[in-house]
Design a binder for this molecule. Structure first.
Ligand code: NAD
Ligand code: UDP
Ligand code: UDP
Length: 321
């Protein structure tokens, strides 16, 4: 007998996964966190380990997994360019083999399954802002392809399991998200700028800094996950989850320098290959179906994230990763 609903979170020891585990525990779920610690860290879930409704299972989802749960949140995948390009073949494997295993698991259990997809399925978009109906502009053989095409193939698998096996699926296309527990060395722009500013190192803007991104605070995103998973079965997505307020990378650098009162100088470095010039979600669908939109403004979220990294640097946490 299981009075509590059991949720599995793959990638549960990562940035988003650890916040999701926390939220699910607060909602009264029995949580199974599945992670091989490829980019995740025990530090992210240390505070959950003594909760009797939280279980940690060290496992690589590219291998089959036989467990009993009611729903699966599939987040396992390295998420930043530095991490996913470190072993690109493994990145494709986790998206394809890993998704097949988690879909096979959900099929056997008749469980609902949510996929953490990404705005990267739109590639370097030719349509702005991006709606879910846009098919994307992706280079199939570039350095980012293992991630972009891996995630696109994962979406294909989710929809084929849905059509072929009647699986209950939910696909979220996540846009740039930031907040406490981002990996300090994953090369993402928010963590890079904050760590550089706090350490008095030069702030590295790639290119002119005129490229844009829209940054969603982690708590807002997790609220979106929760609402999406609890939509009626007919709703599959894909649905964009992200903050539609767009900033240039140069503006972000100025804000970080301002909030940290840093004396860091800005330096320019070459723009990486296939780096999208503009990115902003159209969230009309999420507003309509989930009644969801981000609440936390960039200034407020950045301050919380700065506090986290400040603490991490003071306590020597950077050296542990
Ligand atoms: P993260 O690197 O912090 O988390 C990923 C987690 O997956 C890590 O804990 C890692 O150890 C684990 N993992 C990797 N390969 C695994 C495997 N084979 N088996 C089991 N566990 C494995 O990244 P994140 O930012 O928390 O991203 C979580 C998910 O959200 C990813 O699927 C990512 O593609 C997606 N996403 C994130 C963002 C963002 O802005 N953070 C944007 C779009 C999509
Ligand atoms: N699988 C798993 N856990 C389960 C059920 C299946 O890991 O509880 C894996 C299994 O290894 C298989 C994959 O999921 O390779 C796809 O399963 P599916 O039933 O769709 O395919 P089949 O087993 O028929 O190849
Ligand atoms: N970027 C930057 N300096 C950095 C790290 C990233 O200027 O130290 C830029 C990067 O080129 C991109 C944007 O910031 O245009 C967002 O990069 P990130 O890796 O965070 O996410 P993604 O490219 O996946 O959106």
């Amino acid at each position: 007998m299981h009075l509590r609903k059991r949720s599995a979170v793959t990638g549960g020891a990562g940035f988003l996964g650890s916040h999701l585990c926390e939220r699910l525990l607060n909602e009264g779920r029995d949580v199974l966190c599945i992670d091989n610690f490829y980019t995740g860290s025990k530090r992210n879930i240390l505070h959950l380990l003594d909760n009797p409704y939280f279980e940690l299972y060290r496992h690589d989802i590219t291998y089959p997994l036989y467990i009993e749960v009611d729903e699966v949140f599939n987040l396992a995948c390295p998420a930043s360019p530095i991490h996913y390009q470190n072993d690109p073949v493994q990145t494709t494997k986790v998206n394809v083999h890993g998704s097949i295993n988690m879909l096979g698991l959900a099929k056997r259990l008749k469980a609902k399954i949510m996929q953490a997809s990404t705005s990267e399925v739109y590639g370097d978009p030719k349509v702005h802002p991006q709606q879910e109906s846009y098919w994307g502009h992706v280079n199939p053989i570039g350095l980012r392809s293992c991630y972009d095409e891996g995630k696109r193939c994962a979406e294909t698998l989710f929809f084929d399991y849905h059509r072929q096996h009647d699986l209950k699926i939910k696909v979220a296309r996540i846009f740039n998200t930031y907040g406490p527990r981002m990996h300090p060395r994953d090369g993402r722009v928010v963590s890079n700028f904050i760590v550089q500013a706090l350490q008095g190192q030069p702030i590295t803007i790639y290119g002119e800094g005129t490229q844009t991104r829209s940054f969603c605070y982690v708590d807002d995103l997790i609220e979106g996950f929760w609402r999406l998973m609890n939509t009626k079965d007919e709703f599959t997505g894909p649905v964009n989850l992200g903050n539609p307020v767009e900033f240039t990378i140069a503006e972000l650098a100025e804000k970080v320098i301002g909030f940290t009162k840093s004396r860091s100088q800005i330096v320019h470095k070459p723009l990486p290959q296939d780096d999208p010039i503009m990115r902003r979600p159209d969230i009309s669908l999420a507003k309509k179906v989930l009644d969801w939109e981000p609440k936390v403004p960039l200034d407020e979220g950045l301050k919380k994230t700065i506090d986290y990294f400040d603490d991490l640097l003071r306590t020597g946490g950077m050296e542990l990763d």
